[in-house]
Design a protein around this ligand. Sequence first.
Ligand code: FES
Length: 169
Amino acid sequence: MTEQKPDRRDFLVKLGTGAGVVGIGTQAAASLRSLLPNVSYDAPTTVKLGKTADFPDGLKFLPEQRLFVFREGKVFHAVSAVCTHLGCTVRAEALSQPETVTVGDAPMRLTHRFSCPCHGSKYTGDGKVVSGPAPKPLAWYHLSVSPDDGQLVADLAREVGRDFRLTLA
Ligand code: FES
């Protein structure tokens, strides 16, 4: 009878020690995990721009997204307003006479051209460089319509060619 007491005590001490180690380990892991953020601070690449009905025919500038959205009937495309030289926001200037040009195998009516206020780069209405120092054309971005709420969605991480057009059904 007296020989069983140390075994039982020893077992309980080991059980208590084990529980303590597990508890401390769990707490330490939780503390370390709390140092890692649960959210991503990267800017989202897709942005909702508003209902398609809010875009009249012609050009609409979206300053927050630094984006020009063009609409011609049911056809949309989006051109970046970020100058490819050093990133200033380009300005749209209305043409005195709209031009129809072939852009990506399809005719496109250009109503504007772009100029950069910082160092004077000029671009055509479809974003091609007319005069530098801009090294390359303005980006075009992918557009779609959100199935949730019918808003126009631009993916600012997805550049597309100048043949891209979003055509509403
Ligand atoms: S940033 Fe536009 S021309 Fe330099």
